[in-house]
Design a protein around this ligand. Structure first.
Ligand code: NAD
Length: 536
């Protein structure tokens, strides 16, 4: 290692976060509020005030009942913005999974799959309306347990959750089955039937939205389910299940079993009475579900996994200011803890300096702060281990010789939370770890190219294939690039994921077996049946 690299590596040495959360903390003794405390409370934002009195369900939801874990154990859910214990949640295991699967099976044989699609639609619409009525409360809990900015949880996570449930509800009674051309004496029908009990295993980065992306099509097609939220973020999923009951979704249709991966996710993945598993999370865990299925009942497995997504700026791209805005959004939104974040900026050499200058300016707008403050744009990393992983990746950039032109540090350490500032590395090469691993933090790598084919080759130089963005003013270049990049979603002259009507999922290590969103998601929660009637 050169002296310069050694110096850089030393400078970026990972600072350990305050580990307030390590031990279960005794609840502080309540004291009467002082005048200073009262004044402070008066200056809190509405979300911060609500956070002090909010109802947070912590039991499992099985068969429509709120129940503790069979073992009676609980685990601490931590607020990643402060490192403090937020709640003690039921620490479930395989006995709870068995109870939940039995409840889901009985609800499947009971009313839910027998309702007409129109009746299911109406109940789901009531569910969406109730979520809307509790939007502020849900956004606040999502912010408290996920460390996500309140402006995002309110305007994006909860809003998308409501819209997703509504859209799939609305589609429920608009999908027809088929008759095939079999001749006069035969009625040949191809019909879709609900697949049965679906296990849903969720990540922590978009707890409500990912639950809704699964629940929408699962419920609309008449299935029942057992949800396992990520252990870091169980509470909004549990609240969602309470609202479902209130909306009239029959008991046992939505069960929620909180707990850890090996204790709850694995028994769900291996359960002989689960017909399909829909998983969103890391590729590493996703692979396990294929094994669980192979070694149990060959249940259908749908995997939505990670990404290392390219943001390609061709030499003829227009409006660099707008492109810089998109690039900042693509890497900093949700603190980069986003499967479809564009963490590789692949830019034509002739535009690099100007675009990077604009991007550095835009980066200043992405303030890191208290997630309950409406002005905060980047909240906390989810947990100390994840913070360490992000800082370790930053360190690798220094060690491998990339140029850190912005940030690179853990910040707001006095808060006790796990914050990283916006970070940009220039002169990254496609071989560097920064350009290859999913960092899942606000860390952008800038890579330059000279020929359009080279840009496509770099974009595709990854085992992932979730999403990509291409910027060009030439329609032909746009079309060729969109068709040549191996990714489930390619956006042109914008950053995003389409909308609820477009399928979302990945190629390669980014996914397997299906898609979230759109009518295609309805297909994957149904079985095809041929009915061949001989009319004699
Ligand atoms: P993770 O794989 O660590 O955990 C996901 C879920 O799997 C959690 O509920 C966890 O408890 C469970 N799990 C962990 N180990 C398990 C095991 N051995 N058996 C069964 N279940 C187990 O992922 P994460 O860290 O929560 O989420 C981040 C990842 O999710 C990133 O890679 C991200 O790209 C991906 N993601 C993908 C999409 C998409 O739509 N493609 C969306 C959001 C997040």
């Amino acid at each position: 290692m050169s002296a310069a690299k050694k110096k850089a590596a030393k400078k970026s040495a990972v600072k350990k976060p305050a580990k307030k959360a390590a031990a279960k903390k005794k609840a502080p003794t309540k004291k009467a509020p002082t005048r200073v405390a009262k004044k402070k409370a008066a200056s809190l934002s509405p979300a911060a005030k609500l956070a002090k009195s909010i109802h947070m369900p912590t039991n499992a939801m099985i068969g429509g009942r709120s129940v503790p874990a069979a073992s009676g154990k609980t685990f601490a859910t931590i607020n990643p913005a402060t490192g403090e214990v937020l709640a003690e949640v039921a620490d479930c295991g395989s006995m709870d999974v068995d109870r939940a699967v039995a409840a889901a099976r009985s609800a499947f044989h009971g009313p839910w799959s027998r309702l007409t699609p129109g009746e299911r639609k109406r109940v789901m619409q009531r569910f969406a309306t109730l979520i809307e009525a509790h939007a502020t409360e849900l956004a606040t809990i999502e912010t408290l347990e996920g460390g996500k900015p309140i402006t995002d949880t309110a305007n994006i996570d909860v809003a998308d959750t409501i819209a997703t449930i509504r859209w799939h509800a609305e589609a429920a009674d608009k999908i027809n089955d088929q008759l095939t051309p079999a001749g006069m004496g035969i009625v040949s029908m191809v019909v879709r039937e609900p697949i049965g009990v679906v296990g849903v295993v969720l990540p922590w980065n978009f707890p409500l939205m990912m639950a809704a992306w699964k629940l929408g099509p699962i419920l609309a097609t008449g299935n029942t389910c057992v949800l396992k939220p990520a252990e870091q973020t169980s509470i909004t999923t549990l609240r969602l299940a309470e609202l479902a009951t209130e909306a009239g979704i029959p008991d046992g249709v939505i069960n929620v079993v909180p707990g850890f991966g090996p204790a709850v996710g694995e028994p769900l993945g291996r359960h002989p009475d689960v017909d399909a598993v829909a998983f969103t999370g890391s590729t590493e865990t996703g692979r396990r579900f294929l094994n669980y299925s192979a070694e149990s009942n060959l249940k259908r497995v749908l995997l939505e996994c990670g990404g290392k997504n390219p943001f390609v700026v061709m030499h003829d791209a227009d409006d660099l200011d707008a492109i810089a805005e998109h690039a900042a959004n693509a890497i900093y939104w949700n603190g980069g803890q986003n499967c479809s974040s564009n963490s590789r900026l692949i830019v034509h050499r002739s535009l690099k300096d100007e675009l990077l200058g604009l991007l550095l300016e835009k980066s200043r707008e992405w303030t890191v702060g208290d997630p309950l403050d409406p002005n905060t744009r980047i909240g906390a990393m989810i947990e100390p281990e994840h913070l360490d992983k992000v800082l370790d990746n930053i360190n690798s950039g220094h060690v491998e010789g990339a140029d850190c032109v912005l940030g690179g540090n853990q910040v707001r350490m006095a808060s006790g939370g796990y914050f990283v500032e916006p970070t940009i590395f220039d002169n990254v090469t496609p071989q560097m770890r920064l350009a290859r691993e999913e960092i899942f933090g606000p860390v952008l790598s800038v890579i330059t190219f000279d020929q359009p084919e080279e840009a496509i080759q770099i974009a595709n130089d990854t085992a992932y294939g979730l999403s990509a963005s291409v910027f060009t003013s030439d329609l032909r270049t746009a079309h060729l690039a969109a068709r040549s990049i191996r990714a489930g979603t390619v956006t042109v002259n914008t950053y995003g994921e389409g909308d609820v009507a477009t399928p979302f999922g990945g190629f390669g290590l980014s996914g397997f077996g299906g898609r979230d969103k759109s009518l295609h998601a309805h297909d994957q929660y149904t079985e095809l049946k041929t009915i061949w009637i001989d009319l004699g």
